[in-house]
Structures are given as C-alpha cells and as structure tokens.
Unconditional design. Structure first.
Length: 97
C-alpha cells in the first residue's frame, strides 16, 4: 500500500501505470533534453507520482508476482515429471545397514 506522502521533489518518482505502455522513463526524456514537451507530457500522463520508497515497493512486488506466477505455472505443468524425479531420488538413497 502506498504511503500517500508528498515529499521533496527529489524523493518523488513517476511510476507508469500497469495498463499503460511505457516508452521511456520520464527522467530519461527530461535528461535527453532533445525531446519535445508534448512527448514528455504524454509520458507523464501515463504515470502516477509516488515517493521513491513506494515506487521501489511497487516495482519489486510486480516482479516478484511475475516470477512467482511463472514458477507456479512451471511446477503445475511439470508436476508428474517432478514427482518421478523425486521418487527416483528417494529410491536411490541407500538404506542404513
Ligand atoms: Zn510512499
């Protein structure tokens, strides 16, 4: 959950909304110095302004969710194969004498 704070400008960032197609970071467009104001405004309109900490949390949560979803899909798809491998591994362990 976002903190809702408005901090000093250097602690606020433009976070692209998930439904929008990101062409470039707003800071990169500004830093480029050669792009039009119109292009800058178009990109800014795709964003929400959040503090740097919330931006990091959002970014991390999104990546974590994507990784977790891929891992779960992999496990479901290969469940039988994984069970065979685990059974083979369990059978290969020598019984204590
Ligand atoms: Zn925040």
């Amino acid at each position: 959950m976002d903190c809702g704070r408005f901090l000093e400008p250097w602690l606020m960032e433009f976070d692209h909304k998930p439904c929008e197609t990101k062409v470039a970071d707003v800071s990169a467009i500004v830093g480029n110095g050669t792009c039009s104001v119109r292009r800058l405004f178009v990109e800014m309109a795709k964003c929400e302004v959040v503090c740097v900490e919330c931006h990091r949390r959002r970014t991390f949560a999104g990546r974590w969710n994507e990784s977790l979803q891929r891992a779960l899909a992999y496990l479901v798809k290969h469940r039988l194969e994984l069970e065979k491998l685990m059974a083979a591994e369990a059978n290969s362990v020598e019984a204590p004498r």
